[in-house]
Write a protein that binds this ligand. Sequence first.
Ligand code: 13P
Length: 260
Amino acid sequence: MANLKPLVIGNWKMNLDFVEAVHLGQQIGVLLKNRPSEHTEIVVAPPFVDLRSVASIVDSERIPIAVAAQHVNAHENGAHTGEVSTSMLKRLGVTWVLVGHSERRALYAMDDAVVALTLRAAVRSGLKAVLCVGEALEVREDGDQDEWVRHQLRSALDGLDERFTEQITVAYEPIWAIGTGLTADAEQVRAMMTHVRTVLATVKLPDARVLYGGSVNADNAASLVAEGRADGFLVGGASLKAESFLAIIQACDDCYDLKR
Ligand code: 13P
């Protein structure tokens, strides 16, 4: 069954120590209490060292959000200095994980094969996984973005056991729009959402939600969800302030009735 509830994920990247992270979690909780999200599912992805504190505060203050990790190692345990496993995350109350964010791919040599392995490890462990895809500026300038994204999707999802399909969300984040203030316009987003959904149908994932990410903010969220037909957002910078994060959630809530 298609899950048409919008989904908004705040990727805090390498920002906020655990005290600041708890504070932001609490601020989000207060704003949600005053103005609850009616339809939109909310997830935050703090740095590893903040996960325990944020998960605790979410649990004890009954804040209606889920907690994601920004990355996970595909191995179960062993000699992987600096890495963290799926079971470690689950013990902390983490239920989601981002897989293959473009910053991991570009800065930490996460190639397609590792992305595929990590995605499988995540869903096998029971975590929900957000597969991140998106092209660099040169690829878009050459007009090759569809082929690029198709390849990233197929290399991660081909042959995935159908038992796990409901645990997968896709986030399309064009690298040229990340942290640059340059957002893809609603037409570009809409074209890519359609393309991604077409590719997902070929790998038996027709119902996965497809998010957009890249300089999403309180001002552009409504048009990206209404005209761009995104199922929600993966938000970086604007998720570090409770007010702008909540404004994005509100925009998704308001557009809920627009079916794709
Ligand atoms: P910005 O919203 O800061 O552009 O970041 C997008 C992103 O990479 C989220 O994962």
